[in-house]
Ligand binder design. Structure first.
Ligand SMILES: *[C@@H]1O[C@H](CO)[C@@H](O)[C@H](O)[C@H]1NC(C)=O
Length: 219
């Protein structure tokens, strides 16, 4: 099991041992190359009830030492989104965020000042006018995985699709197969529809563009 699966789980375990369900898609860059930015939009699905629904795009380093993520959180009964680095090494404060009504579009962005110095800037905005920015110093974690995830505790995926659009990932590699063959679908647990990823190589960087990628329903 990937380490990041234990991260937000720790929050839930404070209360009781819970049933955790994962659906996630991962674009993984080739060894020795790293992601420098990741952005896109998604639509907040209708939240069925107040419960531990975590829906997020995020970035993960090799060894799965943690995850930098923009988490749409359903615990209060109304979606809230904020960026954070889960969950230790380093321990960083969770970023600010805002509520997201059902059906609103959220734009997310992660970008690093340089792969080696590793300070990530995050941005969030919604079609309803919410916005938040953050800064996360992660110099020891170069990111090689861009993830689109549904993480559930004691609830089922009944909210319909989790739909992303205009997803763009850049990495310092001239390899393109990580993009055009991606993403992997964890345990094939989700039905996924997507447009064909397009890779553009320029100056040692590959930009991977996916117009639409949708986690449709449990497989
Ligand atoms: C990507 O950037 C990192 C950090 O500067 C460097 O160590 C690595 O060699 C680069 N990879 C490629 C394929 O250029």
């Amino acid at each position: 099991m990937k380490l990041f699966t234990s991260c937000l789980a720790l929050l839930a375990l404070v209360h009781h041992v819970s049933a955790q369900t994962w659906y996630f898609l991962t674009f993984t860059t080739p060894a020795g190359s790293y992601i420098t930015s990741y952005s896109g939009s998604f639509v907040a699905p209708p939240l069925p009830q107040a419960a531990t629904y975590y829906l997020w795009p995020g970035l993960q380093p090799p060894g799965n030492a943690g995850v930098l993520q923009a988490v749409l959180d359903g615990r209060s009964g109304e979606w809230w989104i904020g960026d954070g680095y889960c969950c230790s090494d380093p321990s960083l404060a969770w970023g600010s965020g805002f509520n997201v009504p059902n059906g609103q579009t959220v734009n997310f962005g992660f970008s690093v000042n340089s792969v080696s110095s590793g300070t990530w800037s995050t941005s969030l905005s919604s079609s309803g006018g919410g916005s938040a920015t953050g800064s996360f110093a992660l110099p020891t974690h170069q990111m090689n995985q861009a993830i689109l995830a549904i993480e559930l505790y004691d609830v089922a995926w009944t909210f319909g699709q989790f739909a992303f659009s205009n997803v763009v990932i850049t990495a310092n590699t001239t390899s393109t197969s990580w993009c055009t063959n991606g993403p992997s679908n964890y345990q094939n647990a989700a039905v996924v529809t997507k447009t064909t990823p397009v890779a553009i190589v320029s100056g040692g960087t590959t930009t991977c563009k996916i117009s639409s990628i949708v986690l449709v329903q449990p497989a």
